[in-house]
Design a protein around this ligand. Structure first.
Ligand SMILES: NC(=O)c1ccc[n+]([C@@H]2O[C@H](COP(=O)([O-])OP(=O)(O)OC[C@H]3O[C@@H](n4cnc5c(N)ncnc54)[C@H](O)[C@@H]3O)[C@@H](O)[C@H]2O)c1
Ligand SMILES: [Zn+2]
Length: 363
């Protein structure tokens, strides 16, 4: 089994395991010392019919009691009330603080299960079994957990590291194309911010990626996990460096809100990355040819890079940029590219932000 170890504060903390089925799960749970413990598998209403039976079957040989809880699928249910439902299941099945939760699903399920694990009895252990591309390459690694509150995304949460991230890459085959591509936006972002060679590799393997060739997906997911791991290991609680993962997210998040979540997060990040590339070119950090490669690269995968906004709409998007919780007081810290593969963070003027948003209309 292919594995990566993630460190926290300089010490090995958990492993990411890359496989193509669930057959290794029970042994890994045993090796972590949970063979006899109660286990609750938390999933969502789309993933349950696809994989819940398989996962329950894969752990059935372990002697402890096992139960499951199915969340309503969708970001709109990423709320404290859904987490309360999880607590109720855990209480009903008598889970104590030595027992184990498993998050089986995308980033929404992972974030909520992680948050339930961080808070139930002041913290119990949990595993991630991410089943979306976004969750495999991004949200399952790094220990950020949480829920949305009153329209503010991830407003309430905790850092709580998983004990294991178990990836069955074959689960990606049941994702619809739009979800798969939205996750890919975060993958290509990893190339843009940290690894120019990887960015080129992704463009060179476009057809295999889009047809979900499992061999190419394994290489891709492993490299993306290595990049995410390197960033979170250097900065586990987002004091500085980790913020480069927000490349494309300053404008992306504002557009996501402005469009009332009618586009997927990854699609908005794609628009945000296209805008950030244009801004980086304008500031003289990125060569025009590199800016074009980024935009054409996103476009070649079918990700959005253009969207018309009027002056008035741009003004409203700018207000949303400033109200984002990641904006530092009045100043907005922006992630630029100082060449492909090299993200830098510094303040940005309102005029540059406006230029970036309007650049999306001109394509
Ligand atoms: N914790 C972090 O560091 C972090 C990082 C990035 C994003 N996030 C969070 O992740 C969330 C987005 O995650 P997501 O894009 O995975 O969304 P998601 O969990 O809503 O999954 C997307 C959709 O795909 C379905 N699905 C999941 N796996 C499937 C499969 N294998 N086959 C078919 N359908 C499947 C889900 O039911 C859902 O309808 C957001 O809430 C975001 O805030 C967290
Ligand atoms: Zn994102």
């Amino acid at each position: 089994m292919d594995r990566l170890t993630v460190q926290n504060n300089g010490k090995p903390c958990y492993e990411i395991v890359f496989t193509q089925d669930f057959s290794g799960l029970a042994d890994l749970i045993s090796s972590l010392g949970f063979a006899e413990r109660r286990i609750a598998v938390i999933t969502d209403s789309n993933v349950a019919p696809l994989y819940l039976d398989e996962v329950m079957g894969a752990i059935a040989s372990l002697p402890g009691d096992h139960c499951s809880h199915t969340l309503q699928a969708g970001e709109e249910y990423k709320q404290l009330s859904s987490v309360e439902g999880v607590y109720e299941t855990l209480i009903r099945h008598h889970l104590d603080r030595h027992d184990l939760l498993i998050a089986l699903g995308g980033g929404v399920c992972g974030d909520m299960t992680g948050f339930a694990a961080a808070t139930y009895l002041r913290g119990i252990s949990f595993l991630q079994i991410p089943t979306t591309l976004l969750a495999q390459c991004d949200s399952s690694i790094g220990g950020k957990t949480g829920v949305d509150l009153k329209g503010y995304k991830n407003m309430v949460g905790a850092f709580h590291m998983p004990r294991l991230v178990y990836m069955n890459l074959k689960t990606l085959l049941s994702l619809d194309d739009r979800q798969f591509l939205a996750g890919f936006a975060e993958v290509i972002k990893h190339g843009m911010i940290r690894d120019a060679q990887y960015f080129t590799w992704l463009l060179d393997h476009r057809d295999e990626i889009l047809s979900r060739d499992i061999g190419i997906l394994s290489q891709m997911i492993r490299r993306s996990c290595e990049i995410k791991r390197a960033v979170v290991e250097e900065d586990p609680t987002e004091q500085g460096l980790r913020a480069i993962l927000n490349f494309g997210h300053t404008i992306g998040h504002a557009v996501e809100k402005f469009l009332d979540f009618s586009l997927y997060h990854g699609e908005c990040v794609s628009l945000g990355m296209a805008a950030a590339a244009a801004i980086s070119v304008r500031e003289g950090l990125l060569a025009e040819s590199e800016g074009n490669r980024i935009i054409e690269g996103l476009r070649s995968f079918g990700l959005p890079v253009a969207r018309s906004f009027t002056e008035e709409e741009t003004g409203r998007i700018l207000v949303l940029v400033r109200s984002d919780k990641k904006a530092d007081g009045k100043q907005v810290r922006f992630v630029y590219l100082n060449g492909i593969g090299n993200a830098v963070r510094k303040e940005i003027s309102e005029e540059s932000l406006r230029f970036g948003i309007l650049s999306l209309s001109e394509r």
